[in-house]
Design a protein around this ligand. Structure first.
Ligand SMILES: [Zn+2]
Length: 463
């Protein structure tokens, strides 16, 4: 539909057939599509916003709001992060969850590889309440990571109740995305049922051979839970490969267990589908697959895995930060498409602003160009809704996400016939094509491949 949009004081003030008033600036959309600014509900942009203050890889995809504090890890205390971002804003808006892993580390410190006591859960609840007071959207967990992996469901529910009590939400990198996927889905459904709060599955995926082709069963289970009153939703990024650490492949964390490693190769990601994207002990391995590294070392792939993990652990103990990152091919495009089509799935990147996985620069245009237009999976309008209105609903935002009078003027103008991602694993930072212009609170922040000088990004606090 051809229409005009009037923006005044950062808000959309009118839409429809409009005449320009005297002194108004007029932007000709040239017949392209104007959409509400995209909302990335699972972002790691907080990690490198200091290095990349204009958030180019996000804004160039049409993303105007990033939701951070994901996978159970948040900036702490949030009040400091929020004031820093308000003192020197970016192009994009920020909202954040409170990370379970972060507050668990605060309370348990180095002694976190165990179940927490009642006193410790109470201490975590106190920190959580104070972080929620600062405006966090709710509680995020990363139950496949340390130290959340050592928590019991009862601990998570006790904390989720604290967020539920103030109208917060729950978002989770669930306890297993492969071996115990079904149990992990049951756990988040239980959390939604017992707390009554909205719960969201982060970056939903079927990341194991035995799960491939079974999107229907998963979605049937989620639909049944919804029919039962559980407010469960999901987000997804549009790739067949994920990025994380080597160790996430081994829930027992025993990198000398060759049987477990061989099982990973058979059922989760083949050795030729695992690529090092960061490897501090020997940066020469970056970009190489495990098979290639095994050839260089003249050992089998499982031995290469053990060798790399051992050296990484040693490096981490000496340097106090993470030593490695991998991209691993574990998903199928058809499953990704089916999960994406679920009416309760919105789009995310799971990316950072400087990312070795192409999702950080390409996710949203890839959904618009590859999945919606080229594969014909859904209409471009549906794709846009999954990036804006639906995402806003899932995060509890009521003042953005649609092109509607009275809402905040976060908007993106793009060419639906040509928009496409260009980032690849070899060149993960290549910007997408044909996202033309992006406005945040009515200010032009991106045009034709470059950011402007405007930095109107705000902190979005829980309503
Ligand atoms: Zn995650």
């Amino acid at each position: 539909m051809a229409a005009s949009v009037r923006v005044k004081d950062g808000l959309i003030s009118a839409t429809g057939s409009l005449e320009a008033c005297a002194g108004e600036d007029v932007v000709d959309g040239g017949g392209q599509m104007l959409a509400p600014g995209f909302i990335d509900t699972h972002s790691h942009a907080n990690g490198d916003i200091d290095a990349v203050p204009d958030a180019l890889s996000a804004i160039s995809q049409g993303i105007t709001t990033v939701v951070v504090g994901q996978d159970g890890f948040s900036e702490y205390p949030l009040a400091d992060f929020f004031s820093k971002m308000e003192a020197s804003p970016s192009t994009v808006n920020f909202a954040s969850y409170v990370g379970h892993n972060t507050i668990r580390n605060e309370v348990l410190g180095d002694d976190s590889k165990r179940v927490a006591t009642a006193e410790e859960v109470a201490a975590m609840a106190k920190i959580l309440a104070s972080e929620l007071e600062s405006g966090a959207l709710g509680l995020s967990t990363g139950l496949e990571y340390e130290p959340g992996i050592y928590s019991e469901t009862s601990e998570v529910i006790a904390l989720a109740q604290v967020a539920a009590a103030v109208g917060g939400r729950y978002i989770s990198h669930i306890r297993s995305e492969d071996r115990w996927f079904e149990d992990a889905i049951d756990e988040i459904i239980r959390i939604g049922r017992e707390t009554g709060m909205p719960v969201q599955i982060s970056h939903i995926k079927l990341a194991m051979t035995r799960l491939w082709g079974h999107a229907e069963e998963t979605l049937a289970k989620l639909d049944a839970a919804r029919a039962d009153g559980v407010k469960i939703t999901a987000d997804i990024y549009p790739y067949e490969y994920w990025q994380s650490t080597m160790m996430v492949l081994l829930p027992e964390r025993d990198f000398t267990d060759h049987q477990a490693i061989e099982q990973v190769f058979r059922e989760i990601a083949p050795a030729e589908g695992i690529f090092m994207t960061r490897y501090e002990p020997n940066p020469d391995y970056v970009g190489k697959s495990l098979t290639e590294i095994a050839d260089l070392l003249e050992v089998d792939a499982a031995s290469a895995f053990t060798h790399l993990a051992e050296a990484a652990q040693h490096w981490e103990q000496e340097n106090g930060r993470s030593a490695e990152m991998i991209i691993a091919r574990s998903m199928k495009d058809a499953d990704v498409g089916e999960l994406m089509l679920w009416p309760e799935t919105n789009i995310c990147t799971d990316g950072g602003l400087v990312d070795l996985h192409p999702r950080g620069a390409g996710s949203f245009p890839r959904v618009l160009g590859h999945f919606a237009r080229d594969k014909g999976l859904m209409s471009v309008e549906t794709a846009v809704h999954k990036m804006s209105g639906l995402a806003a609903e899932h995060m509890g935002f009521t003042d953005r996400g649609f092109i509607r009078a009275g809402l905040i003027a976060d908007m993106v103008l793009f060419n639906p016939d040509t928009v496409i991602d260009r980032a690849t694993p070899e060149h993960p930072d290549t910007l997408s094509a044909d996202i033309e212009s992006v406005w945040v609170s009515g200010e032009l922040v991106y045009r034709n491949g470059a950011t402007t000088d405007a930095r109107p990004g705000k902190i979005i606090r829980r309503n």
